[in-house]
Design a protein around this ligand. Structure first.
Ligand code: C2E
Ligand code: MG
Ligand code: MG
Ligand code: MG
Length: 278
């Protein structure tokens, strides 16, 4: 019986493997055509000022509306796009879309766009960025690029040069998923970082878990003393919101405020907030 069970388990494993390989192959072909088929879309998750609750801008999050499979998560296809060498094209498309969309937002609002480590390594990044800013006319001061610590790992010299050039354009740099990578503290000191985004895995366990609460406290204080803005991401409950804001985080983002939404819904949220404030 043990032998039979072992065999079926093995068989199951092989089937799962080939399913995965097949999914990748078919996605690879489709991904090469996703942009020209107009299947990519950018959703936006608003961010608010922790003190006033007013909208400060939004983060752009890419979606792929696959003609057969429906909407696919970036967690699934971004790693594949990186492997296939398609992330530079997709990333440039997202950047252009975000700068175009955000041009219609109130003038004090910023847009944050995620950059893959592969894009940071690409020597054409700064040229692409400059061209997009020129074509869309979007003010660079209102653009934030989110990078992860992984992008800096083992890639110091080129990453530093690229980030310095980006900063010189007036664009801001945020360190995303902060606290989950390595050597975070030395990065804050060595790289031109304007903002830290505390990873939602810490936020999720506050305020009840003492360890996570201390981490948020420490990051908020570190940010304040280094002159780096701090955003708490993944705020899902009122007690998480109240905790992060009381500890001095500057900005909040999460399902409690809003899920990521299509651009027309974001504009409606902004318009409603403006009419309520008036
Ligand atoms: P991220 O940059 O850390 O983005 C935040 C993710 O957390 C988003 O997932 C968002 O929907 C989710 N989130 C926000 N608030 C909450 C919350 O309160 N609770 C929970 N459980 N989740 C929350 P999404 O949109 O699936 O994106 C996943 C990741 O994919 C992003 O993580 C980012 O690393 C990557 N990504 C998304 N768009 C792009 C892109 O245009 N380019 C690149 N290179 N990566 C992207
Ligand atoms: Mg992000
Ligand atoms: Mg994040
Ligand atoms: Mg993340």
């Amino acid at each position: 019986a043990a032998k039979a069970a072992g065999r079926s388990c093995h068989q199951f494993f092989e089937e799962r493997m080939s399913e995965k390989i097949q999914l990748r192959r078919s996605l690879e072909l489709d991904m090469r055509r996703a942009i020209s088929r107009d299947e990519l879309e950018v959703h936006y998750q608003p961010k608010v000022d922790a003190k006033t609750g007013a909208f400060t801008g939004a983060e752009a999050l890419v979606r792929w509306n696959h003609h057969e499979r429906g909407q696919l998560s970036p967690a699934l296809f971004v790693p594949l796009a990186e492997e296939l060498g398609l992330i530079n094209a997709i990333g440039a498309w997202v950047l252009a879309r975000a700068c175009t969309d955000a041009s219609s937002w109130p003038a004090h609002m910023s847009v944050a766009v995620n950059l893959s480590p592969v894009q940071i390594m690409d020597r054409r990044l700064v040229r692409t960025l400059r061209q997009i800013l020129k074509e869309t006319g979007f003010p660079p001061q209102r653009l934030e690029l989110e990078i992860t610590e992984t992008a800096l790992l083992g890639n110091d010299v080129q990453a530093l040069a690229t980030l310095t050039e980006i900063r010189a354009l007036g664009v801001k740099i945020s360190l995303d998923d902060f606290g989950t990578g390595y050597s975070s503290l030395s990065y804050l000191h060595r790289f031109p970082i304007d903002r830290i985004k505390i990873d939602r895995s810490f936020v999720a366990r506050t305020p009840s878990d003492a360890g996570s609460a201390s981490i948020i406290q420490a990051i908020a204080r570190l940010g304040a003393s280094l002159g780096i803005k701090v955003t708490a991401e993944g705020i899902e409950t009122e007690s998480q919101r109240d905790f992060s804001s009381a500890e001095g985080c500057n900005e909040l983002q999460g399902y409690l405020i809003s899920r990521p939404v299509p651009h027309h819904q974001l504009e409606a949220l902004f318009a409603k907030a403006r009419s309520e404030a008036a």
